[in-house]
Design a protein around this ligand. Structure first.
Ligand code: GAL
Length: 668
């Protein structure tokens, strides 16, 4: 990361995404006035406007953007500009058809949509470079333009055009050097898969991914992520060279083909995220839903405060049926929730609802009718609330619990589902939820991070081995941290092959256990568990839903070294250990052979937190979150992320919260 000093606007800011090219210029003035009056401090523009910036090759027209930027500058509103590369214009596709992305069936995809260009296409890169450089040059001295968003919601590059196929082969050849090496690494002796030349390496095509070697699939995903990161670097290098004092980010999201977040943001100044929490919250007790999980994941990408580049502002729809309306309080509550978890800016998608194009039913703040309504009023209230908490500027989140995330695990798990409805994120969410329920904050960080300072380290589903991570976890436990490991850990080597050792392989010494057999459970099946007699776990769950496991059962061998905390209470493995605890160095290592129910995991989380001396809050209702930001003062946030009124007793004070209400207090 270039340690250049970029200028971020001061304060905690609310903004909107604005598309001046969609509206008559006369409306811009009215919009800008309304934004200023509401308290908007940031506007993001330009994201999809390539055809207006460059109506024909080499003829640039940025005068209209100059006027829009001035309009906002005159009202003291800062501007984030986007590189418009997500939507090359029609003339460009017509002139250079080779830039259109090729899908996995080998077809060039439909133009006229968006994001449908090949990130590696030389001519696309050349034309992108010209327009980006032009833009950066034009606004380098405009102090109201504070930063750039690269492209829009980049996914891993899954293009299969000839250029991309060769890039993939080059990536493979660079990594393995010889075909003998790759054959060995992949275990290509199965199904006569041995390569005799690198030209035979193909990305997964059609719908055959599940029939291909998982080693190849994992490498393809790693390559696809690297390819997107390379593209991000290509763009950021152009901007930074011309305009080194403006920040650069890209707006990321949780999508089907996610690039590795840590790599993608390595060269960027801040993380920004498109934040669309659920409109309708699950009412049952078992469903794990907490939008805080996404926010903690984003803050953890750079372990720094971040921005929301798009924030939910209305009902969603267009390519799917329309959703329910966002409920009263949601707009303000979800924005403040993002701030509580470390966001310093929350930019709302979008100021006006589009009246044409595919997204006309994805609501902005102002409706089609052009009559400011309930959501506009709530938006104004949010802006005034945020005006009152400006002292938060410079404060940060700081937690003692970390959950480790790895894109390798995510890719490998997605490629070969281990059990029905068992997803990589599930056990991460389970533990996140359990600690949040106790009023504790959690960082979600890269598995490659050093773990110093964390008291509890949750390493769920450590599926694909990464030697550095293994050694960091051993180290942290030796120094006194509590570690959580779960089923499906130690399963694969770095190349995504199974290992001929008893599970959890690399984690056997740490956990002190060996798994003799396992079974995957169908969705909906539960296996009863019971706490073992000698356990010190305070069982609250027994009074509620009981203790049971789902998704997966590791049958753990009995031994004299580890404590058995819970056993299976049915099936042919009735009586076998299901949850164990081992002492390792100064730390304790818990192993969960099955995925516990919610109440059960909260019982274990409580035990770990108490023995690590963390201050827990008892009795919080599901969906009530307590978070802190620290600076000269400590700020406490209590959020009711539910659809009903809730009471919370925190620091001996009873606080009543309306649905989606946030209580913010500066403590000292
Ligand atoms: C985001 C995207 C926006 C808009 C929005 C609503 O994912 O970045 O451009 O499409 O979703 O659909």
């Amino acid at each position: 990361m270039a340690d250049n000093v970029v200028r971020l606007p001061k304060g905690i800011n609310i903004g909107v995404d604005y598309y001046p090219e969609h509206w008559d210029e006369a409306l811009w003035v009215k919009d800008a006035d309304m934004m200023r009056d509401a308290g908007v401090k940031l506007v993001r523009m330009g994201e999809f406007a390539w055809c207006r910036f460059e109506p024909e090759e080499g003829r640039f027209d940025f005068e209209w953007l100059d006027r829009a930027v001035r309009l906002f500058a005159e009202r003291d509103i800062y501007v984030v500009l986007c590189t418009p590369t997500n939507t090359p214009p029609q003339w460009l596709f017509e002139k250079y058809p080779e830039i259109v992305q090729v899908d996995k069936w080998g077809r060039r995809i439909q133009t006229g949509i968006r994001g449908h260009r090949c990130l590696n296409s030389p001519v696309y890169r050349e034309l992108s470079e010209k327009i980006i450089a032009y833009m950066a040059e034009r606004y380098k001295d405009e102090r109201y333009v504070v930063g750039y968003q690269i492209d829009n919601e980049l996914e891993s590059n899954h293009c299969r055009c000839d250029v991309c196929k060769s890039r993939f082969r080059e990536w493979i050849e660079k990594k393995y050097g010889t075909v003998e090496e790759i054959n060995k690494a992949y275990g290509n002796n199965v199904w006569s898969g041995e390569y005799s030349d690198f030209s035979q390496v193909m990305p997964p095509m059609n719908d055959n991914e599940k029939w291909l070697n998982p080693s190849l699939n994992l490498d393809f995903n790693r390559y696809a992520s690297d390819s997107t990161c390379d593209y991000v670097k290509f763009q950021s290098d152009i901007i930074r060279k011309i305009s080194p004092d403006k920040f650069i980010t890209t707006n990321t999201w949780l999508c089907a083909n996610m690039p590795d977040f840590y790599d993608m943001f390595e060269n960027l100044d801040i993380v920004s995220f498109d934040n669309y929490p659920a409109h309708v919250l699950p009412e049952d007790d078992e469903t794990l839903y907490s939008h805080a999980f996404h926010l903690d994941l984003m803050r953890g990408v750079k372990n720094k405060n971040f921005w929301i580049m798009e924030q939910l502002s209305g009902m969603i729809g267009s390519w799917g049926p329309m959703s329910r309306a966002i409920q009263p309080g949601m707009m303000e509550g979800y924005s403040l929730q993002a701030i509580a978890h470390g966001a310093d800016a929350v930019i709302h998608f979008r100021w006006r609802t589009a009246v044409s194009g595919a997204e006309m039913y994805w609501q902005g703040i102002i409706d089609h009718s052009n009559v400011p309504g309930r959501r506009y009023k709530e938006f104004c209230e949010l802006c005034s609330k945020v005006r009152e908490i400006q002292e938060l500027d410079g404060t940060v989140c700081r937690n003692r619990i970390a959950i480790l995330y790895s894109s390798d695990n995510e890719y490998a798990f997605k490629n070969q589902h281990q059990a029905e409805e068992m997803h990589y994120f599930e056990q991460m969410k389970q533990w996140h939820d359990a600690f949040i329920c106790l009023g504790l904050g959690v960082d979600i960080i890269s598995q490659k991070e050093k773990l110093n300072g964390y008291r509890i380290i949750v390493a769920p589903t450590m599926f694909v081995e990464n030697k550095e991570t293994v050694s960091n976890i051993y180290d942290a436990a030796a120094k006194g941290a509590t570690v959580i490991l779960t089923n499906r850990s130690g399963e694969r080597d770095y190349n995504n092959k199974c290992i001929m050792k008893q599970l959890p392989v690399a984690y056997s010494e740490l956990t002190g256990i060996k798994v003799s057999e396992y079974e995957a459970l169908p969705d909906g099946m539960q296996v009863l568990l019971k706490f073992s007699e000698e356990t010190d776990i305070r069982s609250e769950c027994a009074l509620k839903s009981g203790l049971f496991g789902k998704r997966w059962c590791d049958i753990i061998e009995e031994n004299d070294k580890v404590e058995v905390l819970a056993r299976y209470d049915e099936q042919f493995y009735k009586g076998a250990p299901a949850v164990t605890r081992n002492k390792y160095g100064n730390g304790e290592v818990y192993y969960f052979g099955t995925m516990l129910n919610r109440d059960g995991s909260i019982d274990f989380a409580r035990q770990m937190a108490v023995s690590q001396g963390l201050d827990i809050i008892e009795g919080l209702e599901k969906g009530v979150e307590v978070t802190y930001r620290y600076g000269d003062k400590t700020w406490r946030f209590i959020f009711n992320n539910t659809q009903k009124e809730q009471k919370a007793i925190v620091d001996e004070e009873e606080i009543v919260l309306k649905p989606f209400e946030m209580n913010i207090t500066s403590l000292h």
